[in-house]
Ligand binder design. Structure first.
Ligand code: SDX
Length: 444
């Protein structure tokens, strides 16, 4: 592990107090500090609210709550802007590869040529997994959902890497971050191979990060696998688009798990479990299943109608977002990547892609979607392009988890490094039974 130490970002998330907000409760004025960050909405510091009023705030789903300060990713949902450490996602997707973006998210700055080479080498040296971890897979059914395998195997990493799990030691945190970023492609590819009954492929250090992943996925021991550079670039861009996204559900899960002092492998496993849900990272798998179910443009109207029906739980998968009330910039980049891949593979007449384009057009012209500001999100096109790349539907969210591990571990480290960090422990509005006595059994 020598020579792999680089400091995580010291881009401290500063807060400036500019004024107070005054809350009047039962005729009593309470002054609460208002903080501003570098860009984006200000916050009202309510940490003293309970002490001063005996009241909690009430915000299920955290619609109006900043759970932390962060300097990593900024989203302007109304303007459709996504910045990683200040750089627009469009420019990063165009000018960088995934490991450069990983370095940026972790360290706060883009690597220069020497740093890039050094970081690529560090990550390559961590791609193999412990040989005993490989045996872990045989405990799963062959038809297990890959996300179930990832939750188990990533959590099990904490049983193998005791040499760097002191989370108070920045060097240990750095090595664990490298291990997770490097091993996830291998672990995801092994989940795929295990499900198909094919032999695992060992990583190759002469390949780039994403080419290595594609070879571990689609290669076999009987012949050389030569990655298609257009497809490698497309998948590398997909990883960039999914690398981080502020305080989404899975990132918040990683932060909350980490706030107890749990080790990074257990925290990332918790993030994977949360990402699996169809309302979150599982939406790309659900979106492709929805497109398959719709089947033909002639049936789009029927599903748009269902999506608008309050009595129908059906939602248009890949549409809507808690933050974006304009186009998700990643959806536009994903649609372009889709075009590139389908053209490269001679699939420009792909049935599902044409159906998706038609569905997007119809939805965006429908008053319901317009009035509720529901636009395609990152998951709408990602399933189509991943299917074209040969990735099975059930593995789409595994690819998302592979990419998001960078964001999760950077956010986890930012939290652990914060001197004000406390264990996360929300309260509640209790609506249950008031205190009562237990009646004897014959009196119940
Ligand atoms: C990701 O947070 C992140 O950053 C997540 C993510 C990331 O990178 O980490 O961006 C990745 O999770 C993208 C989202 C993928 N999920 C989907 O595509 C599933 C379909 N979308 C919906 O489930 C929904 O839009 C959410 C979960 C994404 C957002 O839910 P919100 O913010 O809680 O919005 P909401 O459910 O309150 O919706 C507001 C209104 C509701 O109607 P009303 O109650 O106001 O009458 O819009 C409706 C919803 O019923 N609505 C939809 C809809 N999404 C919202 N109606 C039909 N189809 C939809 N897709």
């Amino acid at each position: 592990m020598t020579g792999e130490f680089f400091r995580f970002s010291d881009g401290d998330a500063t807060m400036n107090t500019q004024r107070n907000a005054t809350l009047t409760v039962d005729g009593k004025n309470i002054d609460l500090p208002v903080y501003s960050g570098s860009i984006g909405p200000e916050v009202i510091d309510i940490r003293q609210l309970y002490a001063k009023t005996g009241m909690f705030t009430f915000d299920p789903g955290f619609m109006s709550t900043a759970a932390c300060k962060s300097a990593i990713t900024y989203i302007d949902g109304d303007a459709g802007v996504l910045l990683y450490r200040g750089y627009p996602i469009e420019q990063l997707a165009q000018n960088c590869d995934f490991l450069e973006v990983a370095f940026l998210i972790l360290k706060g700055e883009l690597p220069n040529a020497r740093e890039k080479e050094e970081f690529d080498t560090i990550i390559k040296r961590h791609t193999m997994v412990h040989e005993q971890l490989i045996r872990f897979y045989s405990g799963f059914r062959r038809d297990a959902h890959p996300m179930a395998v990832l939750v188990g195997v990533v959590g099990a990493l904490s049983a193998f890497y005791h040499d760097a799990m002191d989370i108070s030691d920045e060097y240990h945190r750095t090595v664990s971050a490298h291990r997770l970023i490097a091993k996830l492609p291998n672990i995801v590819a092994m989940a795929y191979k295990y499900g198909r009954g094919e032999p695992f492929m060992y990583p190759r250090n002469d390949l780039s990060y994403t080419a290595n992943f594609m070879r571990m996925m689609f290669g076999n021991p009987c012949e050389d696998y030569v990655p298609n550079p257009v497809l490698v670039r497309a998948l590398d861009r997909i990883l960039i688009l999914h690398a981080d996204h502020e305080q989404n559900a899975s990132t918040s899960t990683v932060r909350l798990a980490g706030s107890s002092g749990a080790n990074p492998f257990a925290c990332i496993s918790a993030g994977i479990a949360c990402l699996w849900g169809p309302a979150h990272g599982g939406a790309n798998e659900a979106c492709l299943q929805m497109l398959e179910e719709i089947g033909d443009v002639s049936r789009v109207g029927e599903y748009i109608k269902r999506a608008k029906d309050k009595n129908d739980s059906f939602k248009l998968m890949g549409f809507g977002h808690r933050v974006y009330k304009n186009f998700d910039p990643r959806a536009k980049l994903m649609r372009e990547t889709c075009h590139e891949v389908l053209n490269e593979l001679g699939l420009h007449d792909d049935r599902l892609f044409k159906l998706a384009v038609a569905l997007e057009k119809i939805a965006l012209e429908d008053e319901y979607f317009v009035s509720k500001k529901l636009y395609p999100n990152v998951d709408f096109y990602s399933g189509i392009v991943q299917r074209a790349l040969g990735i099975p539907t059930q593995l789409f969210t595994g690819i998302f988890a592979l990419a998001r591990t960078v964001g999760w571990i950077a956010q986890w480290n930012e939290m652990i490094s914060d001197p004000e960090q406390k264990i996360g422990r929300p309260r509640q509005l209790f609506t249950g039974a008031e205190q009562r006595n237990v009646p004897p059994l014959d009196k119940r």
